[in-house]
Design a protein around this ligand. Structure first.
Ligand code: ZN
Length: 191
């Protein structure tokens, strides 16, 4: 099974230091949902792994988070895309959980749910902790220069990023990279 694990805020949708608390505040980044649809059509499943400490901090509740994700699923579907599952950490940083990125708990849950080898899975995010969580379980790391990583545009990658991190302008560029590369290495059909 071909699986891509995406961060949410700053990778799929516009990030906010004030947290995304309502469906109205959830706005897709340009081309991001179209990129998910292109990945789906090329045979990739898409899961989301997201820190949502706003829950633990009491800034919004699960009903609001479900409504935000309903909007995200509906917006993706309108463009022919599908997000198979959303895994999130509901804890605040001081709760000492195992699922808040950069810890790999969410990725382990995704691996179990999908029964997939995480070493052949790509992780995409806009922060070093997104990628560290993925590489801890063997995922291949990809940084998108949107969200918090916009500040890194035109700069060399800080050494804190996992070795082998591939940098893309945005999720659309990542999708193009992956689809093109997969086509290039696919075995040719017999004549
Ligand atoms: Zn957690």
């Amino acid at each position: 099974m071909k699986l891509v694990i995406l961060d949410r805020d700053g990778t799929i949708n516009v990030d906010s230091d004030e947290f995304i608390k309502t469906p109205e505040e959830w706005q897709p980044l340009p081309g991001a949902l179209e990129a998910i649809a292109r990945l789906n059509h090329a045979g990739w499943h898409v899961a989301v792994a997201s820190n949502q400490s706003g829950l633990g901090r009491g800034l919004f509740d699960v009903v609001s988070l479900n409504a935000i994700h309903a909007k995200m699923h509906k917006a993706a579907a309108a463009l022919g895309g599908r997000i198979d599952a959303v895994f999130y950490c509901p804890h605040s940083p001081d709760e000492g959980c195992q699922c808040r990125k950069p810890l790999p708990g969410l990725f382990e849950q995704i691996g179990e749910r999908f029964g997939v080898d995480l070493k052949s899975t790509h992780v995409v995010g806009d922060t070093v902790r997104d990628l560290q969580a993925g590489t801890a379980v063997g995922c291949k790391p990809h940084l998108v220069l949107t969200g918090k990583a916009e500040a890194l545009r035109g700069q060399s990658l800080p050494t804190t990023f996992p070795p082998g991190t591939v940098v893309h302008d945005d999720l659309a560029a990542f999708a193009d990279w992956l689809i093109t590369r997969a086509a290039a290495v696919a075995p040719r059909p017999a004549p």
